[in-house]
Design a protein around this ligand. Structure first.
Ligand code: FMN
Length: 264
């Protein structure tokens, strides 16, 4: 938990950020004007109920995976994040392709669990599989847009009355969702693996065995890239011809700059 400033209400900020841009976004939105209690689902998954009183606002910031929020986060939040009519802010961070139905999925999850979604935003971060896509993002303009969104959210939260009228925010995306999809690319270790187990300890899917951390169980791997981010020798990477071909395709297709979108 980091706490700064003078605002009396604690904001609960929940995020999952294997490669850091989702956390950066959550922090830019939450700002430094009030106490914030962070819950990083990478290091501390939700395994027990987290019940939030109506007076505490919740900010949920998720990376977009195949146009949705990550399936395991969906499952944890659905099962364990419980509201009592308090306000929630839904945020998606995506790699400049599209956020598709991630925000509506998060909105429905939160509303279904007793929160009232008062604002939502989609922001752009470097693509965590194809890292030349949206390289350098979030940049200064993105961070300013996040801070501006956070300021507007604080105004809405200050005026929020639990139990008052609530018209659902109209957010771009579908509410009729098929099962989550997985991506076909998985990081592998090269010959510089020192068996330090940084990757195995961080993997949220239990896909890297501690005894043989140069191996990835691709059936379990969710392709989040936490292992790449943490590897001290940079030996964990995406590799292979199919990956390189897809990377070139994504770089071309996702070259035009997308801009943040906000909904109130
Ligand atoms: C498995 C996976 C699927 C992804 N799918 C999408 C997608 O559908 N659209 C998109 O624009 N970016 C997609 N991305 C990119 C991430 O949403 C983006 O890079 C995000 O900022 C990663 O957050 P992090 O840095 O906190 O890990 C995907 C990334 C991963 C790992």
């Amino acid at each position: 938990m980091y706490q700064t400033g003078k605002m009396e209400k604690i904001m609960i900020s929940i995020f999952f950020s294997p490669r850091g841009t989702t956390k950066k976004t959550a922090r830019a939105i939450a700002g430094h004007e009030g106490p914030v209690q962070e819950r990083d689902l990478l290091g501390r998954p939700l395994t027990e109920d987290l019940t939030v009183p109506a007076e505490e606002p919740v900010l949920v910031t998720m990376p977009v995976y195949a146009g949705r929020i990550p399936q395991h986060c969906f499952e944890q939040l659905s099962a364990h994040l419980k509201g009592h009519g308090g306000p929630a802010i839904a945020v998606a961070v995506y790699g400049n392709r599209d956020y598709d139905d991630a925000l509506t999925e998060l909105q429905d999850l939160l509303e279904g669990n007793g929160f009232r979604v008062v604002a939502a935003g989609a922001f752009i971060g470097r693509h965590s599989i194809f890292d030349r896509v949206a390289a350098g993002r979030p940049d200064e303009a993105d961070l300013a847009a996040m801070a501006d969104f956070g300021a507007r959210c604080r105004e809405i939260l200050a005026a929020y009355t639990p139990g008052g009228d609530h018209a659902p925010v109209a957010i771009k995306g579908s509410h009729d969702l098929p099962p989550h999809k997985r991506v076909p690319f998985h990081p592998s270790a090269g010959d510089r693996c020192m068996k330090c187990n940084a990757c195995a300890n961080a993997c949220p899917a239990g896909a890297i065995p501690k005894e043989t951390p140069w191996v990835t169980d691709n059936d379990k791997c969710i392709s989040c890239g936490a292992c790449i981010y943490l590897c001290p020798t940079q030996t964990r990477q995406y590799r292979g011809e199919a990956y390189e071909t897809a990377a070139r395709m994504f770089e071309a297709k996702c070259a035009p700059r997308r801009e943040p979108e906000v909904f109130f």
